[in-house]
Design a protein around this ligand. Structure first.
Ligand code: FAD
Length: 305
């Protein structure tokens, strides 16, 4: 083992998730965020796919722009919802031709939204297990999948969920990214269950910085993530005080990631909500520093923005 001192943060991998923007103004915000976060050298950046493929073109556009204008590695989210196998395969082929080699493969939710009964399309991929197999049959893509530390809301028990995760990994997924959570004990217990089931891929914690506590709570309720009382108390009474809220959000998120570090975690996936401010600060606290070389050379994204 080497005794050479390591730069703080040099053993940390981060990835950032963005959603495809709807308007020119949102596009500007997204690209300003990408420009700010790119020098932190994420291992990849992922772009979500709207319910039922509703953002199909916008997701593709964002991923293509990332490939054309930055040195970042994009991962395209893809779902099975409301599409036949042929339609999904056509999307995969289009991404392949664009140069995409990493997917986040998901079943997705019914158009009725999270929690609505999911009905696969006749002749379509029925869930992420089948989609991962379809992707691998097409090419040797890198494939990330979802995992649920508090179990998926449609799951009757953890065993079903973890069995499904195992099948996704057996079909070729090499990483699972978790739904966001706020209680690190819950995450740790989940990883223990996953390892006991013989799943050895990284289970990367999905971290959500809380830009808007009310929105995050609503979303958490819909996707089965619990919001601890202590967390609600931190934001209590701050409804009209954006500045303090931002400080509290940074402190809460810093506490969470530093505690995960102490537990030996060095991979983090950030749900950025297309905003760089909080994520950049948290990465700094984790020890990450902008890459001087790319800053000096002027990252392609900076030039393009
Ligand atoms: P799967 O892993 O296929 O299955 C999820 C659950 O469905 C299982 O745990 C199980 O409870 C049940 N299930 C499925 N098949 C079976 C079966 N054969 N037998 C029994 N139970 C079964 N949604 C989007 O629309 N777009 C996105 O870009 C997007 N990105 C995401 C990224 C991450 C990291 C995460 C965690 C979620 C994301 N989602 C996204 C949300 C996701 O689509 C929903 O949570 C959806 O309900 C499940 O998709 P999945 O791929 O996790 O499903």
């Amino acid at each position: 083992m080497s005794n050479a001192p390591r730069k703080p943060g040099s053993d940390i991998n981060v990835s950032f998730e963005f959603f495809p923007p709807k308007t020119p103004k949102m596009e500007e915000t997204l690209w300003a965020s990408i420009e700010r976060l790119a020098p932190l050298k994420p291992s990849f950046v992922s772009v979500t796919y709207g319910a039922g493929g509703s953002t199909r073109e916008r997701t593709h556009h964002t991923v293509k722009r990332l490939l054309d204008e930055t040195s970042l590695v994009p991962a395209a989210h893809l779902t099975c919802v409301d599409a036949t196998r042929e339609e999904v395969d056509a999307v995969i082929r289009q991404y392949w031709q664009t140069g995409v080699r990493h997917f986040v493969a998901l079943r997705g939710d019914s158009q009725a939204g999270v929690g609505g009964a999911y009905t696969p399309v006749e002749g379509g991929y029925r869930n992420a297990v089948e989609l991962v197999a379809g992707l691998k049959a097409f090419a040797d893509f890198e494939i990330s999948v979802s995992a649920y530390p508090e179990k998926h809301p449609e799951s009757s028990d953890f065993a079903t969920d973890i069995d499904l995760l195992k099948r996704k990994v057996d079909n070729g997924a090499t990483r699972a990214i978790t739904q966001f959570f706020f209680d690190n004990d819950v995450y740790e217990r989940f990883v223990e269950r996953v390892r006991r089931a013989g799943i050895y891929v990284p289970i990367v914690p999905g971290i959500v910085p809380i830009h808007d506590f009310t929105k995050v709570s609503r979303f958490a309720a819909a996707c089965g993530a619990s919001v601890p009382t202590w967390l609600a108390e931190r934001f209590e009474g701050l409804e009209g005080d954006a500045e303090t809220r931002a400080h509290v959000a940074a402190a809460v998120c810093a506490e969470q990631v530093l505690d995960l570090r102490r537990r030996g975690i060095d991979d983090f996936h950030f749900y950025t909500m297309n905003r760089a401010d909080l994520v950049y600060s948290i990465c700094h606290i984790l020890g990450l520093r902008p890459d001087q070389e790319s800053a000096a050379a002027g990252d392609k994204s900076a030039a393009a923005a």
